[in-house]
Write a protein that binds this ligand. Structure first.
Ligand SMILES: Nc1ncnc2c1ncn2[C@@H]1O[C@H](COP(=O)(O)OP(=O)(O)O)[C@@H](O)[C@H]1O
Ligand SMILES: [Mg+2]
Length: 237
């Protein structure tokens, strides 16, 4: 397996609060990695550090053989890391297809080819029938999928998904898991933050567990669910 992302000793502090503490891990090409941990464990902060929204306080992030530590979000997006947000951030007054075109325009200048690409990703995420509607008309679960479509239109090699299954019905959770598998089948690596265990345990190759900013486990799902440190982080000692 070829290592795509390598994180070494990553730290992020906010005015004395240690949100990420010396976190190290790797992600291989086309691997699905679940990132779990109690609220406040530092999962979103880690995504923000990987995607360039936060500058790490210490540590290195290497992606596709390059040191990307501290680079701005646009540069990191161009190099192949795309993300969604825990709180959806679609452009509400733009149509669904226009939202996805924003992603596509990073690589293609022609609006007509950006629109064609956007249509393909709307199709891939099951939103083709919503193309012409304003994003504000979509349900929350559809808006989350729209963010995934916009991220995919950036043509990433790694996609960071932050709680895309929150608030979904069991059927929608299965559809979301299936979508993540199909993304991986395109050769894209996925790191997925999720509280919905039924959504990630069956599809993840590996699960990383954070607790109070520290990595406390990094193993296949079957092993992680039996790990005493993980159980006590979730259930209390
Ligand atoms: N921009 C910020 N400024 C100050 N503190 C922050 C900021 N972002 C996150 N934190 C703090 O860092 C910790 C980790 O937060 P977060 O990464 O959002 O956790 P998670 O996504 O695992 O729930 C929390 O204590 C949170 O309050
Ligand atoms: Mg979070």
């Amino acid at each position: 397996m070829t290592v795509l992302l390598s994180v070494e000793g990553l730290c992020k502090t906010f005015a004395g609060l240690v949100a990420n503490n010396a976190i190290s891990f790797t992600v291989a090409e086309a691997e699905i990695v679940g990132l779990i941990g109690p609220n406040g464990a530092g999962k979103t902060t880690l995504f923000n550090c990987l995607a360039g929204y936060h500058r790490p306080t210490a540590g290195r992030v290497r992606f596709a053989g390059r040191d990307i530590t501290g680079l701005p979000p646009e540069t990191i997006a161009r190099q192949g890391i795309a993300r969604t947000f825990q709180i959806v951030r679609v452009f509400q007054t733009m149509t669904a297809i226009e939202n996805v075109m924003v992603g596509a325009l990073l690589h293609c200048r022609q609006p007509s080819s950006a629109a064609a690409l956007a249509r393909e990703w709307l199709d891939f995420t099951g939103l083709a029938y919503r193309a012409a509607q304003p994003a504000s008309a979509l349900t929350v679960s559809e808006q989350k999928r729209l963010e995934v479509a916009r991220a995919l239109a950036l043509h990433p090699r790694l996609i960071l998904l932050d709680e895309i299954m929150a608030g979904l019905t069991p059927i929608e959770v299965r559809e979301a898991s299936d979508l993540v598998r199909r993304i991986r089948d395109l050769g894209i690596a996925v790191i997925i933050v999720e509280h919905v265990m039924e959504g990630i345990m069956p599809i993840a190759d590996r699960i990383l567990v954070l607790d109070y900013g520290e990595k406390i486990a990094d193993a296949p799902p079957a092993r992680v669910v039996r790990d005493p440190a993980v159980l006590s982080a979730y259930l209390g000692a």
